[in-house]
Design a protein around this ligand. Structure first.
Ligand code: CTP
Ligand code: CA
Length: 209
């Protein structure tokens, strides 16, 4: 298969030197890219800024903002069999981006934030025969309901539910939620091990679509 994988955080700039972002390390996405390549698949990795070296034998696109992530995914997705979306997309951006560096004024500064594009939702609308594995990051309450809602809104075939402990960690604990809302698999361990289980799951269940 040819698999598109999104990884890492995005950044949304307030001025030329300041941005909003999150603590995503990119490890889950990079581990998935490694695992997919090890299993003989072709990988297009679209990655936000992280301190990791991409796997060899993999086409890499470096992006910073959500709009750049969207552009790279729009371009790559049509030639792929499916997408695994681990990117921790920055949900908001400052309405205005100032050029240069904003100086202090001695009074409080109010920032207006607007939502960024939902990259996976857009891929979901154009997926046709392609498959989609989404990720959902949920804190405890209503985690399963939220994951199922995201699966439907983004037209995913499967969604990987994980908690805030996943962010920045070497290990993870995930559940696979199917379109009926059933938790059909539960994997715990290093992100490397979980990545291999997820790729094998994709091969067994989504390959032939
Ligand atoms: N995602 C995306 N573009 C966004 C936000 C999320 O492509 N602007 C993708 C993520 O990569 C992930 C899935 O959508 O695969 C769910 O991300 P998550 O942050 O859990 O959900 P949101 O839809 O952003 O909802 P919220 O953060 O409000 O819970
Ligand atoms: Ca989000």
């Amino acid at each position: 298969m040819r698999i598109l994988i999104t990884a890492g955080p995005t950044r949304e700039y307030l001025d030329d030197v300041r941005y909003l972002s999150n603590a995503s390390s990119g490890r889950m996405g990079y581990a998935l890219a490694e695992a997919a390549i090890a299993r003989g698949h072709q990988v297009i990795l679209v990655t936000g800024p992280v301190g990791l070296t991409p796997p060899r034998n993999c086409q890499v696109h470096h992006v910073e903002t959500t709009d750049e992530l969207l552009g790279a995914c729009r371009e790559a997705f049509p030639a792929c069999d499916g997408v695994i979306a681990t990117a921790a997309v920055c949900d908001y951006r400052p309405r205005e981006r100032f050029s240069g560096k904003l100086a202090k004024t001695g009074v409080s500064l109010e920032l207006e934030l607007v939502e960024t594009a939902d990259v996976l939702a857009e891929l979901g609308q154009t997926k046709a025969h392609r498959w989609i594995m989404g990720f959902a990051l949920e804190s405890a309450e209503f985690a399963h309901q939220n994951a199922l809602r995201k699966l439907k809104e983004k037209n995913c075939d499967i969604i990987v539910l994980n908690g805030p402990a996943a962010i920045g960690s070497n290990t993870n604990e995930v559940e696979l939620i199917d379109p009926l809302g059933q938790a059909i698999e539960r994997y715990t361990g290093s992100k490397t091990d979980i990545a291999m289980r997820l790729i094998e799951w994709v091969e067994a269940h989504l390959n032939s679509q």
